[in-house]
Design a protein around this ligand. Structure first.
Ligand SMILES: [Zn+2]
Length: 200
């Protein structure tokens, strides 16, 4: 037995579906977000950096992605943990190893908002992620090409990571600049307050 559907009925169904699944957005108005893109994962690392900022830590964040899934998130916690090694990358590497049950982070990508320092770059090489994507470069102390390069073409370290720089680099840098500017202003205000001689 076949059922006839009137044209009006069919249109109503289409209309109902359109309301329920509003996928027909104007692509000129709505940004298209690819949830597997470097920009998306870096935006997640930037969220971690904001957590650090809100807690008075140098705002650097990291996430580690395996098969398009975030398996570790971390923000810099040097002051919180009173641990100079608690950089975002170090904490994310440990969390990712726990998530995978393996110290080898093969087929993983580490996203971090600032170029890794030599300590983190050394740890990255030991953990062997396939890729490292970072936001702003660090010409003074970066170990992914800014100052030195421990991640690429370094035979003694026995692992080479593909690297990509500059993904959401401006946002990452702006957050760091804001943090250090506010820290300087706070220090200056405290110094001035200390210099005021109380009335006797
Ligand atoms: Zn570091």
């Amino acid at each position: 037995m076949t059922r006839k559907i009137s044209a009006a009925g069919a249109n109503r169904r289409v209309a109902a579906r359109a309301v329920r699944y509003p996928s027909a957005v104007d692509e000129n108005e709505a940004p298209i977000i690819d949830l597997r893109s470097d920009a998306h994962f870096m935006s997640q690392a930037l969220r971690e950096a904001h957590k650090a900022f809100n807690r008075g830590e140098v705002p650097i964040g990291a996430v580690i992605v395996h098969e398009n899934r975030i398996i570790a998130r971390a923000w810099n916690q040097v002051e919180t943990l009173k641990d100079a090694t608690a950089h975002a990358e170090m904490l994310a590497l440990t969390a990712a190893q726990q998530a995978l049950g393996d110290w080898r982070l093969e087929n993983c990508t580490l996203y971090v908002t600032k170029e890794p320092c030599p300590m983190c770059a050394g740890a990255i090489v030991h953990c062997r992620p396939s890729r490292v994507v970072f936001g702003c470069p660090d010409p003074k102390g970066g170990a992914a090409g800014g100052w030195i390069n421990l991640l690429d073409a370094n035979p003694p370290l026995n692992h080479r990571c593909d690297t990509l720089s500059g993904v959401m680099g401006e946002e990452s840098l702006r957050l760091l600049q804001t943090f250090f500017r506010e820290a300087r202003e706070k220090k200056k205000a405290e110094k001035q307050a200390g210099e005021i001689i109380p009335d006797t």
